[in-house]
Each structure stands twice: as structure tokens, then as C-alpha cells.
Design a protein around this ligand. Structure first.
Ligand code: GLN
Length: 492
């Protein structure tokens, strides 16, 4: 029995019925990893020995009838920008090549408390800056649907590991699209939570006012189950919302695919953003399914979306330049071996330790925050952010959710965009406004383009209304044959 091919919810039911064990599941996932990892390269660090020990412990709990959660014993990969006690955490950067955190991120702690088995640390763009996972210092993760193409980014390893069947679940982070864009390119489900729903404590910060951790899975039910584990208030994160607002713990229980009467807005601006015909046709197919199921779909307008990309790059780079100041070669991480005095130590350690894209963001961010430019760029960016947020709130007075493409095209080839940062930034054109507004969104597969490459659709919800987008996602998933899509890892 190839256990790696099952979804987490199926495995969970099999564990309860004692049809399999957590150890067998973990072994099947690692066997699959041994087969495909040389092609996919989703992981920076594998946690095999410890994972197998954890699986045995999960089996004990399940045997005694004291499972910690419905996901007890289920394997999961963690993006390498979340602190894991005793396991190297690099942020895919040379500057953290030897960093072993002395503590767990709150999300990691919740995952462990739920009894889940951490298989390893997934590759990503350096400090989560990028849309292809090509800026990782360590390796290039391949798209399991066509290994000559990128998996998307920045959480490319988290998406590819799930798509390739190396693991049924993973967690990634989304600052401007880094969960949704790789989900779309890899044919899996990715959920970007409402800002403040999932603790950022122990997530190595990129842009603190935009970053959120969220689940990757091969089904909506699995995404809901993992959301139930990781959502919730955390006193260690001052931007964490109160539990009464977050409503965690019941997403999976409350799943309901009835979309009759649901009001779905289609913002016309999103379909003009260089969106290819194959993406448009798959997304419009999803629209016609919703209409058939009784939802009311109508066109809306979000005029300010054209400012979202520049606003995102101003705000995120400003925050990054400040957040990354702590990597100075003194306290931890990489230190240049040859320097002359303290300033030279800083300059050389950072110049040698950070890659080009990270340096570009730090410089851009420092520039927009410098006196003289602060008002012209940073403050204007913040004002525009408020206007975009307001525009979404206004739109949600007429509709329950907003449906858009996730990316203008299917997965691109290695090197196609890495030479031109602006072309790479345009990859995020459909996703960044969601982070700017702080609202939740799901990306899920809705069709196949040329070469059988996955096409995704994005369902955007109101603040703290994850349930509506999960329910609508479930309705669509039932009508399409794309649930639990395990890629065969090939060259197209
Ligand atoms: N691709 C975007 C960027 O490079 C988004 C990254 C992210 O969401 N972490 O900034």
C-alpha cells in the first residue's frame, strides 16, 4: 500500500481505525522522498531519525486512545524560515548556514503538541524574497509536474514536497503570495490566513506587517484540519488577534459545500493583468461551476489594485531592511573570516552572507525609509495601503467572496525571470493586495494548462472569514477531478 498517496484526512481516519500506523506512514513518505528528492530537491534538511521516533510515540498515544489531535501521527514539512529547536534553520541563506535555534516557533510548538511528525525543513527563496525559490543559497527546488520548471516561491519547497507526495502537509509563509503562488504552480491547496490569526513568534521576519504562516495540502479538508492546529491567539506575538475573532479549531468540523446564494465578485481588473488565455479559461470554468451550483457571480471593480505591487515592494522592503539589520556577523550565523575593525566586519559579513536579491531589498528599503524620501515613498505607500484596504471592505459589502486568478501564467522555466527582478515581481500581481489588506485567501487547482501544468484559482474572503472560502473551495473541489493531485515528477 502506497500510503504517501493518501490525503492527511484519509490517513487520519485509517489511523483511528488502526488500519495503519504512524510509523508506516512516515516510512512510506521517506521512501517516496528517497525516490524523488534527487529530482525535486524540496528539502534543505531532512529530520528522518527524529521523525521516525516521533511516529512511534504517536503510535503509542493512538494505541492508548490518547491521540493529541486528529492529525496525531501525520507527517509534515516546515519551511526553513520557522525556528525549530535543535534543527538547523537557515532561511535558505548563507548568513544562517549554522544557525540551530534554541526554541520552537509557536506554530512549530502547536504542530508538535498536535502530535504531528516533522519530516524536515523545506527549501525557499532566501529570507522568503522571491517567486521561484531560485534565490535559495542551497539548491533549486523543481516543480514536480515538470522538473524543468520552477515550483514558484518563496515557499517552493513546501509546495513541491506536498505535490510530489513526499509529505501530505506542510507549512509555509505568505508575505505577498508565497503560499498561494507556489500552490498554484504545483497544483496543491494553499491558505493565506487573515493577518493576526496565526502566530508569527519564531517565524524569521521578512515584512512583519504582512507575513502570515499557513498550510499547504492536497485537499480542502486537509487545509482546514491543519488550520485548526496552527491558528489561535499567542501572547508572544503582539499582533496576534484574540481567539474570539480568530474562531480557530472548528474549520474542518464546519466544512459545508453548499454555495447556493453565495455572492461571488469577479474584479475585472484582475483579468486584464497580462493573464494568459489558458489561465483565464480554467478560472472561468470554476466560475461556471459556481453558477451551476447556485452561487450568484457578478463583475466588480477594484481600481486601486494597480497600485498594489509598488505599494507592496515599498512597504515590504522597508520592513525587511529593518528586520534584517540583526544579521551582522556578531551574534550568530555567518561571519567573514577576513575583516579590519567592527564596521568592516559588518560590511563583509553581510556582503558575503546575503545573496543579491536580499541585498537589493535591503538597499531599496533603506532608501525609502531615509529622511528626505520617507514622506515621498514610505508614507505614501502606507496611505495607499489604507485606500486599498478600504476598497476591499467596500467590495465585501456586496459580496461574500472575491474570485481571481492566482498567477497570470503557469509555472515558468528556470532562469526565465531571474535576470529581471521587475518581471519576477509581476508574478505577485494577483496576490499582494490580499496581504496589503490583511484578509484571507485560498489558492487551489482549478484546471490544467499546456503540458498538463496546474492552473490555480484564488478565493479571497473577508477578515476572519476563512470558513466561507474553505466551504466554497470544497464545493469546487467536489466538482473537479483535481483533489489529491500527486505529481509523477517528470520532465514535460
Ligand atoms: N514574491 C514576493 C516577494 O518576493 C512574495 C514573497 C512572500 O510572500 N514571501 O516579495
Amino acid at each position: 500500500m502506497d500510503l504517501y498517496k493518501y490525503t492527511a484526512s484519509e490517513l487520519s481516519r485509517m489511523l483511528i481505525k488502526k488500519e495503519t500506523s504512524a510509523k508506516e506512514i512516515a516510512e512510506s513518505c521517506f521512501k517516496r522522498t528517497d525516490e524523488v528528492e534527487k529530482d525535486v530537491e524540496a528539502y534543505i534538511t531532512l529530520n528522518r531519525e527524529e521523525a521516525l521516533k516521533q511516529a512511534e510515540k504517536a503510535d503509542e498515544r493512538i494505541k492508548n486512545g490518547s491521540a493529541s489531535s486528529p492529525l496525531d501521527g501525520i507527517p509534515l514539512a516546515v519551511k526553513d524560515n520557522m525556528c525549530t529547536e535543535g534543527i538547523k534553520t537557515t532561511c535558505a541563506s548563507k548568513i544562517l548556514y549554522n544557525f540551530i535555534p534554541p526554541y520552537d516557533a509557536t506554530v512549530v510548538k502547536k504542530i508538535k503538541d498536535a502530535g504531528m511528525v516533522i519530516t524536515g525543513k523545506a527549501n525557499c527563496d532566501e529570507f522568503a524574497m522571491g517567486s521561484s525559490t531560485e534565490t535559495s543559497y542551497y539548491k533549486k527546488t523543481k516543480n514536480p509536474h515538470d522538473i524543468t520548471r520552477v515550483p514558484g516561491g518563496s515557499s517552493g519547497g513546501s509546495a513541491a514536497s506536498v505535490a510530489a507526495g513526499e509529505v501530505p502537509l506542510s507549512v509555509g509563509s505568505d508575505t505577498g503570495g508565497s503560499i498561494r503562488q507556489p500552490s498554484s504552480h504545483c497544483g496543491v491547496v494553499g491558505l493565506k490566513p487573515t493577518y493576526g490569526s496565526v502566530s508569527r513568534y519564531g517565524l524569521i521576519a521578512f515584512a512583519s506587517s504582512l507575513d502570515q504562516i499557513g498550510p499547504f495540502s492536497r485537499s480542502i479538508e486537509d487545509a482546514a484540519m491543519l488550520a485548526d492546529v496552527i491558528y489561535g491567539h499567542d501572547p508572544l506575538d503582539s499582533t496576534s488577534a484574540p481567539d474570539a475573532r480568530i474562531g480557530a479549531g472548528n474549520f474542518a468540523k464546519r466544512l459545508n459545500p453548499d454555495v447556493k446564494g453565495l455572492k461571488i465578485g469577479l474584479p475585472k481588473e484582475y483579468f486584464g493583468l497580462g493573464v494568459s488565455d489558458e489561465v483565464k479559461s480554467a478560472v472561468m470554468n470554476a466560475v461556471s461551476i459556481y453558477e451551476k451550483l447556485g452561487a450568484k457571480v457578478f463583475e466588480i471593480s477594484l481600481k486601486l489594485v494597480k497600485y498594489a505591487l509598488p505599494v507592496y515592494y515599498i512597504i515590504s522592503s522597508a520592513e525587511a531592511s529593518s528586520n534584517l539589520a540583526r544579521f551582522d556577523g556578531v551574534k550568530y550565523g555567518y561571519r567573514s573570516s577576513d575583516y579590519d575593525g567592527l564596521v568592516d566586519l559588518y560590511v563583509k559579513s553581510r556582503s558575503e552572507g546575503f545573496g543579491k536579491e536580499v541585498q537589493r531589498r535591503v538597499m531599496l528599503g533603506t532608501y525609502v525609509l531615509s529622511s528626505g524620501y520617507y514622506d515621498a515613498y514610505y508614507n505614501k505607500g502606507r496611505l495607499a495601503q489604507r485606500a486599498i484596504k478600504q476598497e476591499f471592505s467596500d467590495a465585501f459589502s456586496d459580496c461574500d467572496l472575491i474570485l481571481t486568478p492566482v498567477t497570470p501564467n503557469t509555472a515558468f522555466r528556470f532562469g526565465e525571470k531571474s535576470g529581471d527582478p521587475v518581471q519576477m515581481y509581476v508574478e505577485d500581481i494577483c496576490t499582494v493586495s490580499v496581504n496589503i489588506a490583511g484578509i484571507p485567501a485560498i489558492a487551489m487547482p482549478c484546471g490544467k494548462g499546456e503540458g498538463e501544468l496546474p492552473v490555480g484559482v484564488q478565493l479571497i474572503g473577508k477578515h476572519f472569514d476563512e470558513q466561507t472560502i474553505l466551504n466554497a473551495g470544497l464545493a469546487l473541489e467536489k466538482e473537479l477531478d483535481l483533489k489529491n493531485w500527486v505529481a509523477d515528477v517528470r520532465k514535460a
